[in-house]
Design a protein around this ligand. Sequence first.
Ligand SMILES: Nc1ncnc2c1ncn2[C@@H]1O[C@H](COP(=O)(O)OP(=O)(O)OP(=O)(O)O)[C@@H](O)[C@H]1O
Ligand SMILES: [Mg+2]
Length: 226
Amino acid sequence: MINVGKESRGKFVTFEGIDASGKSVQAKLLYQRLQNNGVDSVLLRDPGATRISERVRDILLDNAHEEMSPWAELLLYEAARAQMVEETIFPALADGKVVICDRFYDSTTAYQGYGRSLDLNLVKQANTIGSIGLVPDLTFLIDLDPHVAIERMKKSNRANDRMESAGIELQKRVFDGYRKVAALEPERFSVISGDQEIKVIEKIIWNIFKNKFEWFFSLATGKEDR
Ligand SMILES: Nc1ncnc2c1ncn2[C@@H]1O[C@H](COP(=O)(O)OP(=O)(O)OP(=O)(O)O)[C@@H](O)[C@H]1O
Ligand SMILES: [Mg+2]
């Protein structure tokens, strides 16, 4: 596997969007594409990716934890994130890898800020701590109407976790929140309609990735893309 070497930092790419918008499917497809092209990359999920963060994830998503304070929820997400950034992301970026993360701090702004109506300034401060100041180089927002997303969830027959059980009203606030967040940082965000075929979205994402990181990509692969 080739990577661009220690002198140049890798690239940090995140996937955002409401529940069942297609983040995990697309994150995995981008990861596979990069692997096929010989670009050294890692695929992570937030919260998760490390032993400690996965344990915090279990606490966060447990349906039995009805009494969880939204502030405790916020800080648990940040704690899981800080562990992942320090233990996994920083070393991978220093190694010149492409780090793909399924959700990152924009999820916290959308869910805990817009969704749970916590003070946006405090959420922002918490995000800075939880990400240890790390900002994604590129963020894909998969934009999907909450009603369409709920139909998908029903179809996939998966049991709802604590966040998903919070209902359509929360999902709508989160959806609007994501759009606001993306509008504030148009340089970092690529907003893609999630209401298209998986393969179509995959192609759009791949083209955006290649265009944005052209020099990096040619350095990393040294050949035509596959
Ligand atoms: N473009 C698409 N068209 C139709 N169905 C899709 C599309 N993308 C994903 N799906 C399906 O929708 C469901 C949710 O997709 P996925 O797990 O990728 O969403 P997610 O955003 O990661 O959700 P979560 O936030 O719950 O983890 C899956 O069953 C998946 O196969
Ligand atoms: Mg997912």
